[in-house]
Write a new protein. Structure first.
Length: 248
């Protein structure tokens, strides 16, 4: 209320200040939680189906590594393009073909790895159905991300496991990361192709030596060059990114 002089009483002003503080605090809390995004509900895994979950996780990790290795050897593809170069029953995609740059985007390579995991995941543990449960699989979705020094994947693989009259439904999210420099090797390959486009008369070996990888070149015929960028892995193996270049 306002007194006869048109002023708020002291107690009323205090109430208004408190209400304003509460409203502002509510707005701050609302936007803070909104910025964090939705909180993922924790999935409770019944002990009975834990072996299945462990097998799926193991398959995700294995198939991620396999997909990365294949996609690197074939120039960024699991299923190579129709015009890919065939070498000893394997294929290498062209990143440069008679004046046209054909380097796949990083998004295309990510999708190739995701497709490999999605298609191979249901087949990597065929004996689980016959051990104890009958398993009905839902739709598998996969997202893969290539960084400079790692490749990570995130998999949704819902399934229902039945044993007699008992059934368990589970929609757990799986993830895996492979510490490999695929993203950085991809950037190096791009630079090599740009250098070749700038000068198609020769290959600058001194330029290849500036990178922190073993880079090998070989020839198929008179006008096709095959580049192999190799990097050693912590487990003692190696990853090789290969791509071909067809000069004019």
């Amino acid at each position: 209320m306002i007194n006869k002089r048109g002023k708020f009483k002291k107690g009323q002003i205090t109430i208004f200040i408190i209400l304003a503080i509460l409203i502002i605090s509510g707005i701050v809390v609302f936007f803070a939680f909104r910025a964090r995004g939705p909180v993922e509900k924790e999935v409770v895994i019944p002990q009975q189906v834990l072996p299945i979950v462990d097998s799926v996780q193991s398959c995700v990790e294995t198939n991620l590594k396999e997909g990365v290795m294949i996609v690197a050897l074939q120039g960024g593809y699991i299923i190579p393009p129709s015009n890919a170069l065939e070498i000893n029953s394997s294929y290498v995609a062209y990143w440069y073909d008679k004046g046209s740059k054909k380097v796949p985007t990083i998004e295309e390579i990510q999708n190739q790895i995701s497709d490999y995991i999605r298609l191979t995941l249901p087949t990597c543990y065929p004996n689980l159905d016959t051990q104890k449960f009958q398993i009905n699989r839902g739709n598998i979705s996969v997202q893969t991300k290539i960084d400079k020094n790692a490749v990570s994947t995130f998999v949704s693989f819902p399934f229902t496991a039945r044993a007699g009259n008992t059934s368990y439904e589970l929609d757990k999210k799986y993830s895996a990361e492979y510490a490999v420099n695929l993203g950085d090797m991809y950037d190096v390959g791009n630079k090599i192709i740009l250098k070749e486009i700038a000068d198609q008369n020769s290959i600058d070996m001194s330029y290849l030596s500036i990178f922190n990888y073993a880079i090998d070149i070989s020839y198929s015929g008179n006008n096709i060059v095959i580049y192999s960028i190799e990097d050693n892995l912590k487990d003692g193996g190696a990853i090789i990114l290969r791509f071909a270049s067809k000069l004019k």
